[in-house]
Design a protein. Structure first.
Length: 340
C-alpha cells in the first residue's frame, strides 16, 4: 500500500523579519500531512534567515543566494532542490491551516488530470483575500471574491489560483520549465496555470485548503510595472495569432483606459516602463512564444471559455466597463466562436 505523498515546501524570503518566517514554518510543522522537505531560498543580502535551518520542529534547508532574484526565479532555485512529488509554494507572510497541505495533496491525487491545486487565501479577519481568481479576456487577473465570506466545497476547475499558496506536481513543474524566468514578481501564478492548461492539464481551486495572509494591495507603482509587463508577455506568448486579432479592438480600448487611469493615479511612468521592458526583451519573448506554441496540445477556445468578459474587483473595476457589460459578454461569445 502506497504511503502518503511527499511534499516539498518552497519558501522565498527577502526583506521579512525571521519571526515572520518562523510563524509560517510553525504552521507547516503542525500540518496533518507535514512536508517531507522544506527549502527556504534566502534572498537577503545579509543571510538573515540562516538561523531558520535550526528550527526545532521542522528541518529547513536554507539556500542563500545573496541577492533578490525575484520570486519566480527564487522559486525555481528552491524547486531544483526538491525531492517531493508535489511542490508547495506559499508566501512567507502566510500561515497554513493544519489540513491545508493534506487537502491540496488529496485533490491532486484524486484528480490525475490536475497539475495545480490552489488554496483559499483569507485575510486576518477571515474574509476572502484570493483563491479562485478571475482572468479577463485582456489578461487582467484579480483576487477572486475579495472581501467576501469564506466558502467551502469540493475542489473545482479554475482559470487561475492564487500564487500565495498553491501546490504543483513536480514532474509538471519541471516539464514546463518552472516559473518564467525574468518575471521578477507578480502574474507568475496566471502564467503557469495558463501554460499548464495549454498542454492539457487542469487547474483546481480547493476552498477547504485555507491559509491566512496579511494582504496589502497598494505597494507602489513598481507593482504596475511588473503586472502590466507580465500580462502582455502572456498575451503575446500564449494566444494564437487569430485570437489576438479577434481580441485586438478590446485590447486597444482597454490599453487606452489603463493609460488614462495610470496618468490620473500617478503610475503612468510604470505603465510606459512595461512597454519598454517588452520591447527590450522582444527577442526573448519571440523565442518563448515559439516554444509555447510548439509545445501546446490545446487550442485557445477552452482557455477563452474560462475567461471573463467583465472585471469583478474593487481595485480595478470601472463604471464604464459596467455600463458596457452586455456588449462585452456578446464580444466574448464571438471570440469563443472564433478561437481555435
Amino acid at each position: 500500500m502506497a504511503g502518503p505523498p511527499e511534499v516539498t515546501a518552497v519558501l522565498v524570503a527577502s526583506h521579512e523579519r525571521p519571526a515572520v518566517l518562523e510563524r509560517l514554518i510553525a504552521s507547516l510543522a503542525e500540518q496533518t500531512l507535514a512536508p517531507s522537505q522544506v527549502v527556504l531560498v534566502d534572498q537577503s543580502p545579509d543571510g538573515r534567515f540562516a538561523e531558520l535551518s535550526r528550527t526545532p520542529d521542522l528541518h529547513v534547508d536554507v539556500l542563500a543566494v545573496g541577492e533578490n532574484l525575484g520570486y519566480p526565479s527564487a522559486c525555481n532555485r528552491g524547486a531544483a532542490r526538491a525531492s517531493g512529488q508535489f511542490l508547495l509554494f506559499i508566501n512567507p507572510d502566510a500561515e497554513a491551516d493544519e489540513s491545508c497541505i493534506a487537502t491540496l495533496a488529496a485533490a491532486l491525487a484524486e484528480h490525475p488530470n490536475a497539475a495545480v491545486a490552489g488554496a483559499q487565501v483569507l485575510l486576518p479577519d477571515g474574509r476572502v483575500n484570493a483563491g479562485d481568481n478571475g482572468l479577463h479576456l485582456t489578461g487582467l487577473s484579480w483576487a477572486g471574491r475579495f472581501g467576501l465570506a469564506a466558502e467551502d466545497g469540493p475542489p473545482r476547475p479554475a482559470a487561475v489560483v492564487s500564487g500565495a499558496a498553491l501546490m504543483v506536481r513536480r514532474s509538471v513543474f519541471e516539464a514546463l520549465g518552472g516559473y518564467t524566468e525574468g518575471f521578477f514578481m507578480y502574474y507568475d501564478d496566471v502564467d503557469f496555470a495558463w501554460r499548464a492548461r495549454l498542454v492539457g492539464w487542469e487547474v483546481l481551486f480547493c476552498p477547504h485548503a485555507r491559509v491566512a495572509h496579511d494582504y496589502e494591495f497598494e505597494k507602489g507603482s513598481y507593482k504596475w510595472l511588473y503586472l502590466e509587463r507580465n500580462r502582455w508577455w502572456c498575451l503575446l506568448a500564449h494566444f494564437r495569432v487569430g485570437t489576438l486579432l479577434a481580441l485586438a479592438p478590446l485590447l486597444v480600448a482597454v490599453e487606452a483606459a489603463i493609460c488614462a487611469r495610470a496618468a490620473a493615479e500617478g503610475w503612468l511612468a510604470a505603465k510606459l516602463g512595461a512597454w519598454r521592458l517588452l520591447w527590450r526583451d522582444r527577442r526573448r519573448l519571440a523565442a518563448r512564444r515559439r516554444e509555447i506554441q510548439e509545445r501546446r496540445t490545446v487550442g485557445d477556445r477552452p482557455i477563452v471559455e474560462r475567461m471573463s468578459a467583465t472585471v469583478d474587483s474593487p481595485f480595478i473595476a470601472s463604471d464604464a466597463a459596467k455600463r458596457l457589460e452586455p456588449a462585452l459578454r456578446a464580444y466574448r461569445r464571438l471570440v469563443v466562436r472564433l478561437a481555435r
